[in-house]
Design a protein around this ligand. Structure first.
Ligand code: FAD
Ligand code: EPU
Length: 337
């Protein structure tokens, strides 16, 4: 049976640490709990949103509706050969605990995605990525319950329309489905991906290159630049890295020869938004109770008692400055509620 709490405080349920409330908070431990709740929610008297670990949301006001929190647990082996294993994981499992579990078992594929906060069920939504790996590389399918019909639907990897920080769940299916399980295929003879940034260099500090040392190196790099949400409220990168035409990048290079850029294809390049924000003078700056992290300019932070609106105000100022300076529109990665 699902459990409902009324006038529920969300401060401990969003990594920005915003002091907001929801009219109702619904804990669901199983698919049946979700279906039972959806049955009584049929008349849709109030809006409904889903919340996992709250590490990619920004509340700008109290939520006048139901927030459903899927807590479905469990890791089940679907099949196993000498080379690979497929596991089906409940949406409510913690992402990084799952990564730790895979590394302990010698299953490769997710080690570069160590220390990303949030839940399993959310990992496909923005196709979480870090250190040269995206979760789409290991997902085989995503199971959902459709909110209107309460039907179970299973989307195969190729149906998820995965892209950079993007998927069908953020677009066509946004607000229409609740992700319940994700199935991953992992390798028992892993192929290491070590070419992102200074990962290879960091690994020199370890005796051996294996799943565990890669996990430890990724954690060490992340801890050196990303603020811990328990200490400083944040939601990781606030904006996506913009993808622009090569032609436009060449024009920018005339004025800023040092501008970093990564090839996407023959016509498109990705520019690190952190560089643009730093160049625009925002790194380490504060505006009201909102700020820009001093070690990673792509991360907006809650300096203490920031409201969601203060963070959005700072974000809009940054967007405006980047348009004026570089003629680039930064798109928010965080879901503003
Ligand atoms: P939430 O914030 O709870 O939800 C995000 C969105 O998904 C919301 O719109 C919500 O309605 C929807 N949603 C949640 N669960 C479900 C469900 N079961 N069904 C349907 N909809 C649902 N991301 C990266 O990709 N790479 C990184 O390296 C990275 N680093 C980060 C570092 C820090 C310090 C922080 C705070 C965040 C970082 N993030 C990163 C962002 C974040 O961790 C991921 O986006 C993560 O997948 C969010 O998971 P969550 O459960 O907290 O999602
Ligand atoms: N940079 C600066 N100044 C800064 C920050 C970055 O100049 O203050 C430049 C540097 O040139 C640096 C480059 O940006 O080499 C890339 O920086 P970093 O490796 O820190 O990565 P990022 O592009 O800022 C992306 C993801 C992160 C992910 C890291 C590692 C996005 C929006 N962000 O950040 O994901 O952890 O790469 O792979 O793609 C998240 O999505 O929440 C997130 C944290």
């Amino acid at each position: 049976m699902f459990e409902i709490k009324e006038n529920f405080a969300l401060k401990n349920h969003n990594t920005f640490g915003i002091n907001a409330k929801t009219k109702y908070f619904v804990f669901c431990n199983s698919e049946n709990d979700i279906k039972e709740f959806l049955n009584i929610h049929k008349n849709k008297d109030l809006p409904l949103m889903i919340l996992g670990g709250g590490s990619n949301v920004l509340f700008t006001r109290d939520y006048e509706g139901y927030i459903l929190h899927p807590k479905i647990k469990g890791i089940e082996t679907i099949y196993e050969t000498k080379d690979e294993i497929e596991v089906r994981v409940g949406a409510g499992e913690d992402w990084d605990e799952f990564v730790g579990f895979c590394v302990e078992n010698g299953w490769g594929g997710v080690e570069n995605l160590s220390l990303i906060p949030g839940n399993i069920g959310t990992s496909p939504i923005q196709n979480i990525g870090a250190y040269g790996v995206e979760v789409k590389d290991v997902i085989t399918n995503v199971e959902v319950i459709e909110i209107d019909s309460q039907k179970r639907i299973c989307y195969k990897n190729e149906e998820c329309e995965f892209g950079y920080r993007d998927s069908i769940f953020k677009r066509k299916l946004k607000g229409k489905q609740i992700i319940t399980y994700v199935t991953f295929r992992l390798k028992k003879q892993p192929i290491f991906k070590l070419d992102y940034g200074n990962l290879n260099e960091k690994l020199m500090e370890y005796n051996e290159v294996n799943l565990n040392s890669i996990r430890q190196a990724v954690i060490a790099i992340r801890e050196s630049k990303l603020p811990k949400p328990e200490e400083i409220g944040n939601a990781g990168s606030f904006f996506k890295n913009p993808v622009i035409t090569k032609h436009k990048a060449d024009q920018l290079k005339e004025r800023w020869p040092e501008i970093p850029n990564y090839k996407v294809n023959n016509n498109l390049v990705k520019i690190p938004a952190g560089w643009l924000i730093e160049k625009a003078g925002f790194k380490g700056k504060q505006m009201g109770n909102a700020g820009v992290h001093d070690k990673q300019a792509l991360v907006l932070i809650n300096q203490g008692n920031a409201t969601g609106e203060e963070i959005v105000h700072l974000a809009r100022n940054i967007q405006q400055a980047i348009i004026i300076l570089f003629d680039i529109k930064l798109e928010m990665e965080v879901n503003v509620i």
